[in-house]
Design a protein around this ligand. Structure first.
Ligand code: IMP
Length: 217
């Protein structure tokens, strides 16, 4: 059986991924190891950032010292694109607010949401259309091989969820921009709709469906 290591410290992402994949593969995550890497997400795209994360961890597991039976590393890079903000915050979704004062590292969800509301308040009161985008990178762990070889063998799966922003936050479920995002076909935010609905229609759910089909091959 394949063993996937989920290369993220985001507990919400881990939960969503486990909900959808736990019957298909054995799953490990950063909760199962004390090892941590300071990975700089310097890519210009979600795909590049997902690959930086999955290849770094695959390099670690491919070394002789630390094999926990991991056969593949899974990384998720995702974010929100708002049309009237020309696609921002995009790849900068996690550090949208801290970029303003040149702080390094991620901002809190509350800081990011407050900045998004400030930015949209300056825009005309039309529909604030937006989408969540998720790219998953699946890198095989190939003992004795270089990181470059494993990176080249990486497969990608993507998912998009269209919707719009409501600048009055609502709901307590989920994370990130969930209290501000209403998916297409619904009247409530992801944070109000809750985990069961989000796990059916979200950007991450769509990417995970493709990945799950691939894993069952
Ligand atoms: P990453 O961990 O570098 O991929 O950053 C992802 C950031 O995008 C998160 O910190 C959130 O701000 C946002 N994001 C990604 N997926 C979601 C989601 O499902 N709901 C809400 N916000 C999300």
């Amino acid at each position: 059986m394949k063993t996937l290591f989920i290369a993220t410290g985001n507990a919400h992402k881990i939960e969503e991924i486990c909900d959808m994949l736990q019957e298909t593969v054995r799953l490990l995550s950063q909760r199962d190891t004390s090892v941590r890497f300071e990975i700089e997400e310097t890519g210009a795209t979600f795909q590049e950032n997902a690959l930086i994360k999955s290849a770094t961890w695959a390099g670690y597991f491919a070394s002789d010292l630390c094999n926990m039976g991991v056969t593949h590393v899974l990384a998720d890079d995702s974010g929100l694109e708002v049309d009237c903000l020309k696609g921002a915050p995009g790849v900068h979704s996690a550090r949208f607010a801290s970029m303003d004062n040149l702080r390094s590292g991620n901002s809190t969800d509350a800081e990011n949401n407050a900045k998004l509301i400030r930015c949209l308040a300056e825009q005309p009161q039309t529909r604030w259309t937006a989408r969540f985008r998720c790219i998953l990178a699946l890198t095989p762990v190939l003992p004795q091989e270089s990181i470059a070889t494993m990176a080249a063998a990486t497969e990608f799966f993507d998912g998009i969820c269209e919707g719009q922003i409501r600048i009055k936050a609502g709901g307590t479920d989920g994370f990130g921009y969930d209290p501000l995002f209403i998916p297409e076909g619904y009247e409530q935010t992801f944070a109000e709709l809750g985990r069961e609905v989000k796990n059916r229609i979200s950007h991450r759910a769509r990417a995970l469906n493709q990945l799950s089909a691939r894993l069952k091959d």
